[in-house]
Design a protein around this ligand. Structure first.
Ligand SMILES: Cc1ncc(C[n+]2csc(CCOP(=O)(O)OP(=O)(O)O)c2C)c(N)n1
Length: 315
C-alpha cells in the first residue's frame, strides 16, 4: 500500500486541473486532487449533480483528466453499479481494462436524494469508492438545509430568527447508515489531517484492487460562502471540528472501529461556532439551550464511538 511518509512521494501529475470555478476556500478541490493521486491505476469518476459537477464542467471546458460521468441528483451510486457490472462482463468476454470507480456526491445528493441508490449499491456489494463531500447544505442552489446540516445552523430554509434558531434537528448520522450495510471499509476524512486522508485513499486503492468494495468516505468539506466564514478559515474550521469532537476522524475496517485522531482535551464548541456566520446567533443567551443540545449530541456520539472501538468488530 502506498502509505505516505514524505511529501515528495506524492505524484506531481494533476488529474484534476485548474480553471474550475469552485470558490476560494472551498474544501472540495484538495480532496479530489488527493483522491485522484492516491487511488492508483486507471479510474473513472461518477459525479452526482452538485458544486463539484457544475463548477468543473463549464462548457466547453473540463477540469478532469480522467473519464468522468455526469449523473442526475439521485442515481450516482446506481451509475457506478452499472459501470462496474458492465466492466465485469467486458473483462470476462474479451480483453478489457479494469478501472477503479470513484463516486463524488454532495451531502444533498448522498444524505437525502441519492440515499436509496447508495443503499442499493452498498447492499449489492459493488466494487467502488463513494466519497460524500459534506458541506452541510445544498450549496450550489442557494444554501438550503439538508440531512447533513447540523443542529442550529442557519440556511435559507432554516433561517435563524424569531421563529427558529437555525435548523431545529440534529445532523443525520450517515456513517451509521453506511456501516449498517457491513461495507468492508468506511472512514471519515478531513482536510486538516491530510496524511490521514492520503493513507485512507491509499488503503481504498488497495481494497479496490482486491475487489473488496464498496468503500465509503465521509469528507468534511468547508464552504466559506454557505457558512458565512472568512475564506482563510477553512482549514481552521476543519481542525476545530475535530478538536471539539464534533467531527470524529475514524475508520471502520471490516467491522473494527479505530479512532484515528485522538482528542483527549476537547476545545469548547463555542470556538468552532464563533468563526462561522451560520452559527453566530447561537452565542446569544436566548439560544444557550441549542448549544447545550449540541454539546450533548457531541458527547453522546464521542462516548458511543469510544465504546464501539473497544470491540473486536461491530459486524
Ligand atoms: C431531483 C432533483 N432535485 C433538485 C435538483 C436541483 N439541484 C441540483 S444540485 C442541487 C444541490 C446539491 O446539493 P449537494 O448535494 O449538497 O451538493 P452541493 O451543491 O452542496 O455541492 C440541487 C437542489 C436536481 N438537479 N434534481
Amino acid at each position: 500500500m502506498s502509505r505516505i511518509r514524505r511529501l515528495n512521494e506524492i505524484p506531481r501529475k494533476e488529474l484534476f486541473t485548474s480553471g474550475h470555478s469552485l470558490c476560494a476556500g472551498c474544501g472540495i478541490p484538495p480532496m479530489v486532487k488527493m483522491a485522484l493521486k492516491a487511488i492508483e491505476g486507471d479510474k473513472v469518476v461518477v459525479n452526482a449533480t452538485c458544486c463539484l459537477e457544475v463548477a468543473t464542467t463549464l462548457y466547453p471546458h473540463t477540469s478532469w483528466l480522467v473519464p468522468w460521468v455526469h449523473n442526475a441528483f439521485e442515481n450516482a451510486a446506481a451509475t457506478a453499479s452499472g459501470i462496474e457490472s458492465a466492466m465485469k462482463v467486458l473483462l470476462r468476454k474479451r480483453d478489457g481494462k479494469k478501472y477503479k470507480i470513484i463516486v463524488f456526491g454532495g451531502d444533498g445528493g448522498t444524505f437525502d436524494i441519492g440515499l436509496q441508490s447508495l443503499s442499493g449499491a452498498l447492499e449489492r456489494g459493488h466494487n467502488f469508492l463513494y466519497v460524500c463531500y459534506d458541506n452541510e447544505a445544498y450549496m450550489n442552489t442557494g444554501i438550503q438545509r439538508s440531512g447533513g446540516t447540523p443542529l442550529g445552523a442557519a440556511t435559507t430554509t432554516s433561517p435563524a430568527g424569531r421563529v427558529i434558531p437555525g435548523k431545529p434537528e440534529n445532523k443525520k448520522n450517515l456513517m451509521d447508515i453506511v456501516i449498517a450495510h457491513r461495507v468492508s471499509y468506511a472512514a471519515t476524512i478531513n482536510p486538516a489531517y491530510p496524511t490521514d486522508m492520503w493513507n485512507k485513499f491509499a488503503k481504498a486503492s488497495d481494497l479496490l484492487d482486491k475487489n473488496e468494495g464498496p468503500i465509503f468516505f465521509h469528507y468534511y468539506s468547508p464552504c466559506p460562502v454557505g457558512w458565512r466564514m472568512d475564506t482563510a478559515l477553512s482549514i481552521e474550521a476543519a481542525r476545530l471540528a475535530v478538536q471539539t469532537r464534533l467531527w470524529p476522524v475514524y475508520e471502520v475496517d471490516h467491522g473494527k472501529i479505530i479512532i484515528n485522531i485522538k482528542v483527549n482535551k476537547p476545545k469548547p464548541i463555542e470556538e468552532y461556532l464563533k468563526i462561522q456566520g451560520r452559527f453566530r446567533h447561537l452565542l446569544k443567551p436566548e439560544n444557550r439551550g441549542v448549544v447545550e443540545r449540541l454539546k450533548k449530541y457531541i458527547d453522546n456520539n464521542w462516548n458511543r464511538l469510544l465504546k464501539l472501538a473497544e470491540l473486536d468488530s461491530i459486524y
